[in-house]
Design a protein around this ligand. Structure first.
Ligand code: G4P
Length: 524
């Protein structure tokens, strides 16, 4: 196949959900369709089980699993599908945000009884910011569910996007009868036989003709009324609006019962975008360009503490990535060759000779890479959009063992490159501050410093509200602000000024008094 054909047949996406909505189950069913796994249960959930949040071995085990399931590639119906896994646990939300920079589209899983939940709302903000097209799968229709109209309204309101139902459920819970597939105009029946549920599909071109009534009594009239109301109340599906991230097609089903999943996949492959444009600071890069470019969106430390090497996950943005060809790491100007790049096919990793736009390659790294780094054939560009969000939790970090000062510095440096947390240095006191999105990260850092670097750290409490990056239209105001707020000024790992606000009030006061300074709780 020629290069552009390879680009066109790729679908690289992420599945996001609030924990327990069914992301793992759906992923597994998709892999089963792709023949990437043979039996259900093969995909281990990478979520940290409830109640195990202080168990370090559990964290280590999960890290192992999350490497294995970070990227799951498979072939299906002529397409090369790459699913990028995102950690469900909210303490690892940053990891998820970064992974979302490497996807071309997203499937959102929502629990039919719960509607949109907190984590989904946050992740959707990232999708909206990046204009990532989303498809919604409303899961667990075999359980008592919210009314479909209520669900759709809930999605529109909470996710702030117009919805267009492409299937419609016939009842829910124990009485769930299946869905009418609006996209393909057929009836997919959910039947219970021999204690095993499976789907039967009946092609019904005109659901209003009465042909389907016998199958779905006593729900036939309700379904017709619902469909009429829905077609009047929601916009018709339009691919352009979907690709522009203005419209989200919605499917109903049950991942556990493998119901509605194939329909979702078939439609997804038809409408979802192939790799397209990626924005660099200097210019926009098109996937179809001949020369290779890519960026690092994730770094994973080796699980073996005796080998401190790491695996960097690179998304190919354009051209063909080739094994043993030297590439420029544009941040440092260093040229590097990779003798054993790996591709990810479900749970298997294998060395590949080449990779196309949309693919993810795992590169062995001895400490060259940082999250967000760009690789090219020689052009000096840097891809943008790797977000840093203000941490929510802060602590001073001190050296707990005077003889291991160097180890601590190195360990912290590496863990920050991996994106485990953010390190700030207070400009007045020179003290190091670690900021995280969840309290669990502090334990992970302490544990990994000890086991991988032989260093001991000690934390001291620090009450802060947010870390804000600053942009100023007035040099004078900025200088004045920095002088007055010296105690609260820090630098991030890129050397940028950061204001550490102690409370929402102090941030508000700063914003009011210094009207030419913009305070951002997110930076790219
Ligand atoms: P997550 O990755 O989004 O966190 O969710 P996961 O797939 O692990 O699913 C969470 C729970 O919901 C699991 O049950 C799973 O079996 C169940 N589930 C997923 N899809 C459906 C569905 O369509 N219908 C019903 N009734 N249940 C569904 P669990 O008991 O928490 O875990 P497990 O012991 O089954 O793994």
């Amino acid at each position: 196949m020629d290069f552009s054909g390879e680009v066109r047949r790729r679908r690289t996406f992420g599945i996001i959900s609030h924990p327990d909505a069914g992301k793992t189950t759906l992923t597994e069913k998709l892999l089963l369709f792709g023949g990437a796994i043979q039996v259900a249960g093969a995909v281990k959930s990478n979520k940290i089980r409830k109640g195990a949040t202080s168990d370090f071995m559990e964290i280590e085990r999960q890290r192992g699993i999350s490497v294995a399931t970070s990227v799951m590639g498979f072939e299906y119906d002529g397409f090369k599908v790459n699913i990028l896994d995102t950690p469900g646990h909210q303490d690892f939300a940053e990891d998820t945000y970064r992974t979302l920079t490497a996807v071309d589209s997203v499937i959102i899983v929502i629990d039919a009884a719960r509607g949109v939940e907190a984590q989904t709302r946050k992740l959707m903000e990232v999708c909206r910011m990046r204009r990532t097209p989303v498809i919604v799968f409303i899961n667990k229709m075999d359980r008592p569910a919210m009314d479909p109209f209520e669900l759709l309204d809930n999605i529109e309101k909470e996710l702030k996007i117009q919805v267009s139902p492409l299937s419609w459920p016939i009842s829910s819970g124990p009485g769930f009868r299946g869905v009418y597939n609006i996209f393909e105009q057929k009836l997919d029946l959910f039947v219970l036989s021999d204690k095993q549920r499976h789907g039967d599909t009946i092609s019904i071109k005109d659901i209003f003709s009465g042909m389907a009534d016998d199958y779905i009594q006593p729900h036939a009239n309700v379904l017709k009324d619902d469909l009429e109301l829905a077609s009047a109340g929601y916009p018709k599906f339009d691919r352009e609006s979907y690709l522009a991230a203005k419209l989200a097609p919605v499917f109903f089903g049950s991942a556990l019962n493998n119901f509605g999943v194939r329909e979702l996949l078939d439609c997804f492959l038809k409408i979802a975008p192939a790799p397209g444009m990626t924005r660099a600071v200097e210019r926009v890069v098109d996937a179809g360009e001949e020369r290779f470019t890519g960026f690092v969106f994730k770094i994973h430390a080796n699980m073996d503490p005796n080998h401190r090497d790491r695996l960097a996950f690179v998304k190919v943005c354009s051209g063909v990535f080739k094994r043993n060809k030297p590439y420029l790491l544009t941040r440092t100007g260093k040229k590097i060759k990779f003798s054993s790049p790996t591709a990810f096919m479900a749970e298997r990793k294998s060395v590949v000779d080449s990779a196309f736009p949309g693919d993810i390659v795992g590169l062995h790294d001895t400490g060259n890479f940082r999250i967000g780094d760009t690789l090219t054939e020689g052009e000096v560009i840097s891809f943008k959009g790797m977000p840093s969000f203000s941490p929510e939790f802060f602590r001073y970090v001190e050296n707990g063992d005077p003889l291991k000062f160097k180890q601590l510095a190195k360990g912290l440096d590496h863990l920050m490159d991996e994106g485990v947390a953010q390190l700030f240095v207070n400009q007045a006191s020179g003290r190091k501050i670690i900021g995280t999105v969840g309290p669990l990260q502090f334990d992970v850092i302490e544990f990994r410093l000890k086991h991988e670097y032989g260093a001991t750290c000690r934390y001291e409490p620090l009450q802060l509200y947010k870390a804000c990056w600053m942009e100023s239209l007035s040099r004078e105001q900025l200088d004045d602000f920095k002088m007055r707020k010296e105690q609260n000024m820090a630098r991030d790992k890129h050397g940028r000024d950061v204001f550490l606000a102690e409370s929402a009030y102090s941030l508000q006061m700063a914003e009011e008094r210094y009207n030419k300074i913009r305070f951002h709780s997110m930076s790219e």
